[in-house]
Design a protein around this ligand. Sequence first.
Ligand SMILES: [Zn+2]
Ligand SMILES: [Zn+2]
Length: 463
Amino acid sequence: MNKKRAIIFRANHFDPVWRRCWDRPFYDDGRRFASYREIEAYYFDDAIESGEAFSCESAWTIRNYLKDRPEQTELLRRLCAEGRFELLGAGENIIDTNMPGSETLIRNLVIGLLWGREVLGETPRIPCFTDVFGSSCQLPQLVRECDMIPWIYQLDYNTPDRPVWIGKDGSAVVWGFPGNVARCYPCDRIPFGKHEPCPHCAGEGCPECGDRGFLPVYTAVLNVLPDPPEAEVLKCDLNGEEILPDRELTQHMAEFNSRSDGLRFEAGLMKSFLPYMKDYIALADRPPRELVSSKTENNPGQTGCYVSRIRIKQRERLNENLMAACETWDAILQDGLLHEELKDIWRDITLTCQHDAITGDHIDQASDELEDFGAGITDRLKAAADRIGTEGGGYTVYNHHGFEASFTAPAPEGHTRVYTQEGEPVPVYSDGTFLVRDMAGLSGRTYVTEEGEPQKPEIRGEG
Ligand SMILES: [Zn+2]
Ligand SMILES: [Zn+2]
C-alpha cells in the first residue's frame, strides 16, 4: 500500500511575556518560576539534540538563544541550509497589530526578516501572526511588500470569513490550510500546559531536575498514532507553548513507521507543506469572488485589551514617539550615524508591543518587568537624542520651515562662542542663544561652538 506522508511540524508558540516574565524568574509560595528565556533556551537545546527538523516563529526567541549560546550559530545556519530548521516570518516578535503605530508594524517585520537573512542565511518568507488578537487590515499589504509568500497559515480570534483576505490597499493573501492538508496532534499531553517548579528544589535547580528547576515530564512525545487521513498529506502538530520537544523523536517515528500501514512519518518544516499549497496560494493572485472574505478589518476579539495595564501602553507610545524623533534627526543631521544603535532599540520596542505585552493580558510580575524594560528604552532613546547633532564637534541647526528664515537658536549648555564653519564669529546673546541668518527652508547648517568668555559683538555704525 502506498503510504501517505505524515509530516511532524514543531514550532512552539513562544510568548516572551505572558504567564511568566521574559528574563527574570518570579516567586510564588516559596517556589521559583523560571523565565521564558530560560525555558525557551531548554526547548532549543532539546530540539537541536533530537537531530530532527524544527521551526521557530519569531526572531526574538532564537536571536536571544544565540546571544546566550553563540556557539550554536553556525549549526543553526547549517540546519537552515539543509532544510532542518526554519525561521518563520513573524519579524522580530509576534506583535499586536492594533495598538502599536504602523511604523512599528513595518520595522518589526523588516528588522526580524533581515536578521534571518544576515545570521541564518535565509530570509523568512512564510508570514506568522499566530495568536494575535485580531488582524489589522494592513497585514496583507505588509506581507506583499516584504516579499513574503501570500499565505498566512494561522490567524486567531477574529479572522476573515473566507480563504482570501483583501487588505485596505487591495493586496490579497490567503490564510489557513486548504482541504488537502489534514491536521492532528499525535501526543497525549495537552499542548498548552505549564512546567511545575521541581518539587525537590522548589524550582531552584538540583540534580533531580538536571539543574533546570522543573522536571522533564512535560514533553511533546510522539505517542498517539493517527489514522491515515482522506486528505493528501497529514500535518502532525507536535508542539504547544512551553511543552518541551521529544528528544527521541527519530526512534518514535521509526516505531510508528513500522506500526502504521498507511502513514510514513518524517519531521518537516512549514515550508514542507508548500508543494501542497500551490493552488491555494495562487488564489491570492486571482481571487474568485465567492472565496473573498466579506471582512477587511478583523478587530480584536478581546476589547478589554484596550483598557488594561495603561502604563505599559503609555510607555510604548512615548518610546515610539521618541524613536521617531531620534531617527528623523539622526537622518537629517548626521546621515544615520546611530542607525545600528537605534535598530537595537527597535528590537526592544517590539517586546513591549508583543501581543501579550501591550495588550496587558500578562501576570503582574511580567508587568513590573515590562515597566522597567520600557523605562530603560526611554533612557536609552533620551541619551541617543542628546548625542544627535553633537558628534564630530559640530552643532547643527535645522530650519524646519519651508521658507528662508533668520532666527535665534540655543547654543549648547555653557557654550558662549559660536563660529561658522569658515571661522566667522556669530553673535551670541546673553540668554545663551545665537543668531542664525538667512537659512534656506528645510535645511541644516553646522556651527562650531566653544566654552569661554562671550566674544564681544563688533559694533558697526553706518551713516
Ligand atoms: Zn501568544
Ligand atoms: Zn530540582
